[in-house]
Write a protein that binds this ligand. Structure first.
Ligand code: GUN
Length: 287
């Protein structure tokens, strides 16, 4: 039987309506949630992502600041901008779009962010809190994956989960989130031995490779009835596609996320949720 679809449109709309309500409640008590985005350089994909984030924020009543800087912007200037935003009480969330140009040390910038405004959940403080199951702000993509599983009541407890990605934005934080829900987690990457065998034994497969030439998840690679969460975004014959060969994998999986219409929408929605959480934290700290 074909897998059931995990619909990011439905779940992201649900998250956004809850965020909008929370924004309205904050406005009623005099707090206007505000997200500052910082984009360095002129990468067109990054510019599109930031544009979407700005548009989403406005839709739910979050105001935005839009900092677009030349690729030649220096690391110390970027540190100063982040410090300025950290100290601005009207700004609740700061998103520095990654990747940054090569002459800027990403960790130095992330480490400058106030953990209270870190709506990507990337600061060492928030990453450490996540490992302890206590993070206030968590990375948006893995949070979105967990929200999808939760919405469809897919209980991962005891599942063997395989994540194909080890980044700070996706694979590592997702591993901790799944562990917290009692899954047994294997984090795989380009040097993993016997990836096929690991995938074939997995109850839950999360892939985030984004390069179909290097990696395509096909039906023969998964176990019958596996849950497949596709975080990949690749171009295939001019169209947006995930890591999975959707039509074939769908025939063997029990649940699957489409691309587009799956995790990507959740990443966007969770940024809004984090911004409103950051605004609530700021309000509580000012009392
Ligand atoms: N670049 C690609 N994805 C992301 C993300 O979720 N946050 C940031 N800051 N940069 C990204």
């Amino acid at each position: 039987m074909a897998a059931q679809i995990i619909d990011g449109k439905v779940v992201s709309a649900d998250v956004k309506s809850r965020v909008k309500k929370a924004v309205d409640e904050l406005k009623d008590v005099g707090v206007q949630p505000c997200l500052a985005t910082v984009l360095v350089g002129d990468d067109p994909a990054s510019a599109t992502y930031v544009g979407s984030k700005q548009k989403d924020a406005k839709e739910v009543g979050i105001v935005t600041r839009d900092h677009r800087l030349a690729a030649s912007f220096k690391q110390n200037e970027l540190v100063e901008l982040v410090q300025l935003l950290n100290n601005d009480p009207a700004v609740h969330g700061i998103l520095v779009q990654l990747p940054l140009p090569k002459h800027i040390n990403e960790f130095a910038i992330i480490n400058t962010l106030s953990p209270l405004k870190d709506v990507d959940g990337l600061t060492p403080y928030n990453a450490g809190m996540l490992q302890n199951g206590m993070a206030l702000l968590k990375p948006c993509t893995p949070s979105g994956v967990m929200e999808l599983l939760d919405y469809y009541k897919i209980d991962v407890s005891g599942m063997d989960a395989v994540i194909v990605n080890r980044s700070n934005l996706v694979g590592k934080p997702l591993a901790f989130m799944l562990l917290e829900k009692n899954a047994t987690v294997t984090v795989c990457h380009s040097r993993t031995k016997d990836l096929d065998e690991k995938l074939r034994n997995a109850d839950l497969v999360v892939t985030a490779v984004g390069n179909r030439q290097r990696f395509t998840l096909t039906a023969d690679m998964i176990k019958e009835g596996a849950v497949v969460i596709d975080v990949g975004t690749a171009r295939l014959n001019g169209k947006l596609a995930g890591d999975a060969d959707f039509d074939s994998v769908r025939e063997k999986a029990s649940w699957i996320t489409p691309v587009p219409g799956g995790v990507g929408l959740m990443t966007r929605a969770m940024l809004l949720k984090n911004t409103v959480s950051a605004a609530s934290i700021a309000k509580e700290m000012s009392q």
